[in-house]
Write a protein that binds this ligand. Structure first.
Ligand code: HSE
Length: 440
């Protein structure tokens, strides 16, 4: 029996023709039979709106318009796929589409992170779906995993490598000693990087994704301002190498954790034990560790950027929406995985109250007593030293690097102790401080 209800055509309109759109169109074209069989409908691209062509996709069989608003105003379109990026025109486009009764599939993390609550409210009023699997971790179905697969769990924490570009850069720096700028250029050429790559290297893109994951995990409104954000531009090869010597890797992590004090949200370079699976996630690959009270730790891994991996998530969402339309057009999955009345503000834990272990690197004058002064300051502050490296001074140099790993301590205590250490005459440069997580 043919499983496809050929009487039910679901018409897709695609806005944008960049990297992700090229992957989406290519998958929808190549796997059309499979997608129809999985959705039970005839899923057709009826219009593509793009200011310019993309040599990586053959659009000759499709109707192409140069005005993306033609797509959202096209009465034949059931699902608008927003792949133009940004938060201004994209927001307008999505709200117009919703007002016209279209369902939305988007890969736009900035749009959801900044305007998700407003978009969901408009969509709810119209009874349409907004699906955004491709917005976080490219091809990994992490939204569906948290929203559906882990729905039974109180999520305790999640930690993710959620930006492919920074992971690619850190991996190449570590493995090949390549220069930062050179690797970033390659990431741009490969289509991994954002239009403005500072979004990647300064952690803004990861912050957008983290806030979406945290909202799904904890049922909190989307508020990107609550995410403390630190990029990878200050990470030096020296620190990468000392971390290795101590049995750790430096990864750019997004962390969301709920503890008695509140919910902490931060994106920053982090030392993690090299024996953790996630420490071995390299290149453009992403991974998200989610700890639920019932399931324990779970790990999701896959390509975090690129045309077809991200297109895979977009097309997965199209199939989901198409199935819903066929089964029960009035049904919609709650946007953030909690029924709307249960999405509520919860206490936020400010950064100076979070607790982590620390990697500290200091430049100490090569003379007696320095180490004991540093150790005294730390112990007077209730901070214990877990591991240490001290190298001999290089020929002709008067300072030696002193590297310490500490126990877990409240951030404000550590900052106060560092300020005392930096005031010692025998410490010649600002102390490098990187957070350490055991991820157990
Ligand atoms: N610039 C993003 C990244 C693309 O590198 O992960 C996927 O969101």
């Amino acid at each position: 029996m043919n499983p496809v209800n050929s009487a039910r055509t679901v018409n897709v309109g695609i806005c944008g023709l960049g990297t992700v759109a090229s992957g989406t169109v290519n998958i929808l074209t190549r796997n059309k039979k499979l997608i129809d069989a999985r959705s039970g409908c005839n899923v057709s691209i009826v219009q593509i709106g793009a200011r310019r062509d993309n040599p990586k996709v053959d659009t000759s069989g499709y109707s192409v318009t140069r005005d993306i608003f033609d797509v959202v105003n096209n009465p034949a379109v059931d699902i608008v796929v927003e792949l133009i990026g940004g938060t201004t025109v994209a927001k307008d486009l999505v709200l117009t589409a919703i007002a016209n009764g279209k369902h939305i599939v988007t890969a736009n993390k900035a749009l959801i992170a900044h305007h998700g609550d407003e978009i969901f409210a408009a969509a709810k009023a119209k009874g349409v779906t907004v699906a955004f699997e491709a917005a976080v971790a490219g091809g990994i179905p992490i939204i569906k995993s948290i929203r559906e697969g882990l729905a039974a769990n109180n999520i305790e924490w999640l930690a993710g490598i959620i930006n492919g570009t920074t992971n690619f850069i850190l991996t190449e720096m570590r493995d090949k000693g390549r220069a930062f700028e050179d690797v970033l250029k390659e990431a741009q050429e490969l289509g991994y990087a954002e239009a403005d790559p500072t979004f990647d290297v300064e952690g803004i893109d990861a912050a957008h994704k983290l806030v979406i994951l945290a909202s799904l995990a904890f049922g909190i409104p989307l508020d990107v301002k609550k995410v403390f954000t630190e990029g990878i531009t200050k990470i030096s090869t020296e620190d990468v190498n000392y971390a290795e010597e101590l049995g750790y890797r430096i990864k750019h992590l997004g962390i969301a954790r709920r503890s008695a004090g509140g919910i902490e949200l931060h994106v920053n370079p982090t030392l993690i034990p090299e024996k953790r699976l996630i420490a071995n996630v390299d290149g453009v690959m992403n991974a998200v560790l989610v700890k639920g009270d019932a399931v324990g730790p779970t790990l999701y891994y896959g390509a975090g950027a690129g045309a077809e991996p991200t297109g895979s998530s977009v097309v997965g969402d199209i199939v989901d929406v198409a199935r819903t339309l066929l089964a029960d057009p009035a049904h919609r999955v709650p946007y953030l995985g909690f029924q709307d009345e249960f999405v509520t503000e919860q206490k936020h834990l400010p950064m100076d109250e979070i607790e982590t272990a620390y990697y500290l690197r200091m430049s100490a004058l090569d003379k007696p007593g320095v180490l004991s002064k540093v150790a005294t300051i730390l112990s007077d502050s209730g901070i214990s030293i877990e591991a240490m490296i001290q190298k001999e001074a290089k020929e002709g140099e008067s300072t030696v690097p002193l590297i310490l790993l500490t126990n877990r301590v409240q951030e404000k205590k550590m900052i106060a102790a560092i300020s005392k250490i930096e005031s010692l005459d025998s410490i010649s440069a600002p102390v490098v401080r990187i957070r350490v997580e055991s991820l157990k």
